[in-house]
Write a protein that binds this ligand. Structure first.
Ligand SMILES: [Zn+2]
Ligand SMILES: [Zn+2]
Length: 256
Protein backbone atom coordinates (compact mmCIF):
# COMPACT_ATOMS: atom_id res chain seq x y z
CA UNK A 1 0.00 0.00 0.00
CA UNK A 2 1.34 3.38 -0.99
CA UNK A 3 -0.10 6.47 0.65
CA UNK A 4 0.51 9.94 -0.73
CA UNK A 5 -0.19 12.91 1.52
CA UNK A 6 -1.67 15.55 -0.80
CA UNK A 7 -2.67 17.94 1.98
CA UNK A 8 -1.46 17.77 5.58
CA UNK A 9 -2.99 20.84 7.23
CA UNK A 10 -6.24 22.28 8.53
CA UNK A 11 -6.11 25.41 6.40
CA UNK A 12 -4.59 26.59 3.18
CA UNK A 13 -1.90 29.09 2.32
CA UNK A 14 1.15 29.08 0.06
CA UNK A 15 2.95 25.71 0.54
CA UNK A 16 0.22 24.36 2.86
CA UNK A 17 -2.83 22.44 1.69
CA UNK A 18 -5.94 21.08 3.38
CA UNK A 19 -6.09 17.45 4.35
CA UNK A 20 -6.21 14.76 1.62
CA UNK A 21 -4.70 11.32 1.20
CA UNK A 22 -4.33 9.17 -1.91
CA UNK A 23 -3.99 5.39 -1.54
CA UNK A 24 -2.37 3.54 -4.47
CA UNK A 25 -3.55 6.25 -6.90
CA UNK A 26 -7.16 4.96 -6.84
CA UNK A 27 -8.64 5.67 -3.42
CA UNK A 28 -8.77 9.21 -2.09
CA UNK A 29 -9.58 10.00 1.54
CA UNK A 30 -10.85 13.48 2.28
CA UNK A 31 -10.89 16.13 -0.38
CA UNK A 32 -9.08 19.21 0.82
CA UNK A 33 -6.36 19.15 -1.85
CA UNK A 34 -7.28 16.70 -4.59
CA UNK A 35 -7.56 18.86 -7.66
CA UNK A 36 -4.70 21.25 -7.00
CA UNK A 37 -2.33 18.33 -6.29
CA UNK A 38 -3.23 15.98 -9.14
CA UNK A 39 -3.07 16.13 -12.92
CA UNK A 40 -6.23 15.35 -14.87
CA UNK A 41 -4.83 11.88 -15.62
CA UNK A 42 -4.27 11.30 -11.89
CA UNK A 43 -7.76 12.62 -11.07
CA UNK A 44 -9.26 10.25 -13.63
CA UNK A 45 -7.70 7.29 -11.78
CA UNK A 46 -9.59 8.06 -8.55
CA UNK A 47 -12.22 5.34 -8.33
CA UNK A 48 -13.64 6.42 -4.97
CA UNK A 49 -13.33 9.30 -2.49
CA UNK A 50 -13.98 8.51 1.18
CA UNK A 51 -15.04 11.52 3.24
CA UNK A 52 -14.60 11.44 7.02
CA UNK A 53 -17.09 14.25 7.71
CA UNK A 54 -18.77 17.31 6.31
CA UNK A 55 -16.35 20.09 7.28
CA UNK A 56 -15.18 22.32 4.47
CA UNK A 57 -11.47 21.54 4.80
CA UNK A 58 -12.33 17.88 4.09
CA UNK A 59 -14.93 18.18 1.29
CA UNK A 60 -14.19 21.32 -0.62
CA UNK A 61 -12.57 19.75 -3.70
CA UNK A 62 -15.55 17.52 -4.44
CA UNK A 63 -17.24 20.09 -6.73
CA UNK A 64 -13.90 20.93 -8.37
CA UNK A 65 -13.08 17.24 -8.90
CA UNK A 66 -16.55 16.60 -10.29
CA UNK A 67 -16.23 19.44 -12.81
CA UNK A 68 -12.78 18.27 -13.81
CA UNK A 69 -13.96 14.68 -14.32
CA UNK A 70 -17.12 15.86 -16.10
CA UNK A 71 -15.02 17.79 -18.60
CA UNK A 72 -12.56 14.89 -18.78
CA UNK A 73 -15.30 12.34 -19.43
CA UNK A 74 -14.65 10.27 -16.28
CA UNK A 75 -16.70 9.25 -13.24
CA UNK A 76 -16.07 8.56 -9.54
CA UNK A 77 -17.83 7.53 -6.33
CA UNK A 78 -18.15 9.69 -3.24
CA UNK A 79 -18.47 7.51 -0.14
CA UNK A 80 -19.37 8.73 3.34
CA UNK A 81 -21.79 8.68 6.22
CA UNK A 82 -25.30 10.06 5.54
CA UNK A 83 -24.70 13.34 7.40
CA UNK A 84 -21.74 14.30 5.21
CA UNK A 85 -23.41 13.27 1.93
CA UNK A 86 -26.55 15.25 2.88
CA UNK A 87 -24.51 18.39 3.57
CA UNK A 88 -22.65 17.96 0.28
CA UNK A 89 -25.86 17.54 -1.70
CA UNK A 90 -27.61 20.44 0.03
CA UNK A 91 -24.78 22.96 -0.01
CA UNK A 92 -22.22 22.23 -2.72
CA UNK A 93 -23.68 19.98 -5.45
CA UNK A 94 -27.06 21.74 -5.30
CA UNK A 95 -27.38 23.35 -8.76
CA UNK A 96 -26.86 26.75 -7.13
CA UNK A 97 -23.28 26.94 -6.01
CA UNK A 98 -22.34 24.26 -8.59
CA UNK A 99 -24.09 21.65 -10.76
CA UNK A 100 -25.48 18.52 -9.19
CA UNK A 101 -23.09 16.10 -10.87
CA UNK A 102 -25.08 13.17 -9.43
CA UNK A 103 -27.48 13.74 -12.32
CA UNK A 104 -25.20 15.22 -14.94
CA UNK A 105 -24.56 14.10 -17.60
CA UNK A 106 -27.33 11.62 -18.20
CA UNK A 107 -27.39 8.68 -18.56
CA UNK A 108 -23.98 8.26 -16.85
CA UNK A 109 -23.54 10.98 -14.21
CA UNK A 110 -20.05 12.08 -13.16
CA UNK A 111 -20.44 11.21 -9.47
CA UNK A 112 -22.44 8.70 -7.51
CA UNK A 113 -22.92 8.72 -3.75
CA UNK A 114 -22.32 5.58 -1.69
CA UNK A 115 -23.62 5.60 1.88
CA UNK A 116 -21.17 4.07 4.33
CA UNK A 117 -22.52 2.34 7.39
CA UNK A 118 -20.22 2.74 10.38
CA UNK A 119 -18.85 -0.36 12.11
CA UNK A 120 -19.52 -2.58 9.11
CA UNK A 121 -16.65 -3.66 6.87
CA UNK A 122 -17.33 -3.28 3.18
CA UNK A 123 -15.46 -3.87 -0.06
CA UNK A 124 -14.70 -0.71 -2.02
CA UNK A 125 -12.55 -0.86 -5.14
CA UNK A 126 -10.60 -3.89 -3.92
CA UNK A 127 -10.05 -2.63 -0.36
CA UNK A 128 -11.81 -3.61 2.82
CA UNK A 129 -13.06 -0.38 4.33
CA UNK A 130 -14.22 -0.07 7.91
CA UNK A 131 -15.67 3.27 9.02
CA UNK A 132 -15.41 3.81 12.77
CA UNK A 133 -17.16 6.69 14.57
CA UNK A 134 -14.89 9.22 16.29
CA UNK A 135 -15.77 12.14 18.55
CA UNK A 136 -15.84 15.49 16.76
CA UNK A 137 -18.13 18.54 16.64
CA UNK A 138 -20.24 16.94 13.87
CA UNK A 139 -20.83 13.28 12.95
CA UNK A 140 -17.46 11.91 11.84
CA UNK A 141 -15.71 8.62 11.16
CA UNK A 142 -12.19 7.39 10.66
CA UNK A 143 -11.42 4.80 7.98
CA UNK A 144 -9.47 1.59 8.33
CA UNK A 145 -8.20 0.57 4.89
CA UNK A 146 -7.00 -3.00 4.34
CA UNK A 147 -5.51 -3.98 1.00
CA UNK A 148 -5.38 -7.38 -0.72
CA UNK A 149 -1.93 -8.06 0.80
CA UNK A 150 -3.27 -7.55 4.33
CA UNK A 151 -1.60 -4.16 4.84
CA UNK A 152 -3.69 -2.04 7.19
CA UNK A 153 -3.80 1.66 7.87
CA UNK A 154 -6.23 3.70 9.93
CA UNK A 155 -6.86 7.38 9.27
CA UNK A 156 -8.84 8.88 12.12
CA UNK A 157 -9.91 12.10 10.35
CA UNK A 158 -10.83 14.94 12.71
CA UNK A 159 -11.07 13.34 16.13
CA UNK A 160 -11.02 14.56 19.70
CA UNK A 161 -10.20 12.72 22.93
CA UNK A 162 -11.93 9.44 23.81
CA UNK A 163 -10.91 6.99 21.09
CA UNK A 164 -10.77 3.80 23.21
CA UNK A 165 -13.93 2.38 21.58
CA UNK A 166 -12.42 3.08 18.21
CA UNK A 167 -9.18 1.28 19.07
CA UNK A 168 -11.13 -1.87 19.91
CA UNK A 169 -12.29 -2.09 16.32
CA UNK A 170 -9.11 -1.41 14.38
CA UNK A 171 -5.66 -3.03 14.15
CA UNK A 172 -3.53 -0.83 11.91
CA UNK A 173 0.16 -1.04 11.14
CA UNK A 174 0.01 2.67 10.33
CA UNK A 175 -2.08 5.25 12.20
CA UNK A 176 -2.62 8.65 10.59
CA UNK A 177 -4.15 10.89 13.24
CA UNK A 178 -4.79 14.56 13.63
CA UNK A 179 -2.85 16.95 15.86
CA UNK A 180 -4.47 20.28 15.10
CA UNK A 181 -2.95 22.51 17.76
CA UNK A 182 -0.11 22.75 20.26
CA UNK A 183 -0.63 22.06 23.96
CA UNK A 184 -1.15 25.76 24.66
CA UNK A 185 -4.61 25.26 23.13
CA UNK A 186 -5.43 21.98 24.87
CA UNK A 187 -8.72 23.19 26.39
CA UNK A 188 -9.98 24.55 23.10
CA UNK A 189 -8.95 21.36 21.29
CA UNK A 190 -10.65 19.01 23.75
CA UNK A 191 -13.87 21.04 23.50
CA UNK A 192 -13.79 21.30 19.70
CA UNK A 193 -13.09 17.61 19.05
CA UNK A 194 -9.42 17.93 18.14
CA UNK A 195 -6.09 16.71 19.54
CA UNK A 196 -2.88 18.33 20.74
CA UNK A 197 0.37 16.41 21.40
CA UNK A 198 -0.55 15.75 25.06
CA UNK A 199 -4.02 14.59 24.08
CA UNK A 200 -2.46 12.36 21.41
CA UNK A 201 -0.20 10.89 24.08
CA UNK A 202 -3.27 9.88 26.11
CA UNK A 203 -4.93 8.35 23.06
CA UNK A 204 -1.80 6.39 22.13
CA UNK A 205 -1.48 5.15 25.71
CA UNK A 206 -5.09 4.01 25.44
CA UNK A 207 -4.30 2.32 22.10
CA UNK A 208 -1.40 0.45 23.68
CA UNK A 209 -3.55 -0.64 26.60
CA UNK A 210 -6.34 -1.90 24.34
CA UNK A 211 -4.22 -3.43 21.56
CA UNK A 212 -0.94 -4.35 23.26
CA UNK A 213 1.22 -2.56 20.69
CA UNK A 214 1.78 0.83 19.09
CA UNK A 215 1.64 1.32 15.32
CA UNK A 216 3.75 3.67 13.22
CA UNK A 217 2.13 7.08 13.78
CA UNK A 218 1.85 10.01 11.38
CA UNK A 219 0.37 13.28 12.65
CA UNK A 220 -1.74 15.34 10.22
CA UNK A 221 -4.16 18.33 10.08
CA UNK A 222 -1.75 20.71 11.82
CA UNK A 223 -2.44 24.42 12.01
CA UNK A 224 0.55 25.75 10.00
CA UNK A 225 1.03 28.62 12.46
CA UNK A 226 1.49 26.17 15.35
CA UNK A 227 3.59 23.59 13.55
CA UNK A 228 6.92 24.57 15.14
CA UNK A 229 5.51 24.08 18.66
CA UNK A 230 3.67 20.91 17.64
CA UNK A 231 6.92 19.46 16.24
CA UNK A 232 8.77 19.97 19.52
CA UNK A 233 5.90 18.63 21.62
CA UNK A 234 5.38 15.57 19.37
CA UNK A 235 9.08 14.69 19.62
CA UNK A 236 8.72 14.62 23.41
CA UNK A 237 5.64 12.38 23.17
CA UNK A 238 7.44 9.95 20.83
CA UNK A 239 10.37 9.79 23.25
CA UNK A 240 8.14 9.16 26.26
CA UNK A 241 6.17 6.41 24.51
CA UNK A 242 9.24 5.06 22.70
CA UNK A 243 7.47 5.02 19.35
CA UNK A 244 7.77 6.62 15.91
CA UNK A 245 5.65 9.72 15.32
CA UNK A 246 6.32 11.84 12.26
CA UNK A 247 4.51 14.93 11.03
CA UNK A 248 2.87 14.65 7.62
CA UNK A 249 3.73 17.14 4.93
CA UNK A 250 2.50 17.82 1.40
CA UNK A 251 4.17 15.33 -0.95
CA UNK A 252 4.99 12.79 1.77
CA UNK A 253 4.79 9.16 0.62
CA UNK A 254 4.38 6.27 3.01
CA UNK A 255 4.79 2.63 1.93
CA UNK A 256 3.37 -0.25 3.91
ZN1 LIG B 1 -10.59 19.50 9.63
ZN1 LIG C 1 -13.75 18.83 11.30
Amino acid sequence: MNIRVLGAHNCERKNFKMVSLLVDDVLAIDAGALTSSLSLEEQRKIKAVLLTHQHYDHVRDIPALAMSLFLGGATTRICSIPAALDVLARNLLNNEIYPDFRHKPEPKPTVSFTVIEPNKAEAIEGYTILAVPVSHSVPAVGYQVTDADGKVMFYAGDAGPGLADCWRQVSPQLLIIEVTASDEYIEWAAGAGHLTPSLLKQELASFQKVKGYLPQVVAIHMNPSLEAEITVEIAAVAKTLDCSITLAYEGMEISL
